[in-house]
Design a protein around this ligand. Structure first.
Ligand SMILES: [Mn+2]
Length: 195
């Protein structure tokens, strides 16, 4: 059984179709209209072994804010949907990923309790045409919609492109671990009996 979900979400600001296969092969097909975000989602898919398709038509003539935010919402939504009752999953994931001089750590708990804790500073306000403050926007909406606890720590780094890339790769690796089915786990991994 593969765990998949898809969403179509249309507003006056963005029109998005997005699908996710948690048990994929790291294949992506991405048209986001935001080149740096496409780069990040491509490596997220690759390093998490997720199959991801995104077709987004957003108001990027304003800026990349609405499109980035709404793709975060859609990705969080399908992640939660695809996980279903979360039976047998590891639930927690922790990954360190270096990118040249930068080191990022991402820790997740698929807890049904949305939270983002972010300890990251970006030396530049822009990477290409992308506003680096949108990384927080994307991650917060992702955590909110997936109803997960997401901790992002950048231990060090100088190059903003490297720092953000390390974050997205660590996010992928941590989510890959947390979503993995562990055959030793019977039912939902919570003493409450549900997540
Ligand atoms: Mn890069």
């Amino acid at each position: 059984m593969t765990r998949t979900a898809e969403i179509t979400r249309n507003t006056n600001e963005t029109k998005i179709q997005l699908s996710l296969n948690i048990d994929g092969e790291g294949k992506s097909d991405l048209q986001t209209g935001v080149p740096f975000l496409t780069h990040m989602l491509d490596l997220f898919s690759k390093h998490g072994q997720f199959d991801l398709t995104v077709n987004a038509d957003g108001d990027t003539e304003v800026d990349d804010h609405h499109t980035t935010e709404d793709i975060g919402i859609c990705l969080g939504h399908v992640l939660k949907e695809a996980l279903g009752e979360k039976k047998g999953i590891k639930r927690y994931g922790n990954a360190f990923v270096p990118m040249d001089e930068a080191l990022a750590q991402v820790v997740v708990d698929l807890s049904n309790r949305p939270h983002l804790e972010m300890r990251a500073e970006f030396p530049s306000q822009k990477v290409g045409t992308f506003d680096t403050e949108l990384v927080h926007e994307f991650l917060w909406k992702l955590a909110l919609e997936a109803r997960m606890n997401l901790h992002v720590i950048v231990h060090y780094g100088q190059n903003t492109h490297h720092i953000i890339e390390a974050i997205f790769k660590a996010l992928a690796r941590a989510l890959d671990e947390a979503t993995t089915i562990d055959p030793r786990i019977k039912g939902v991994p919570s003493t409450k009996g549900m997540l």
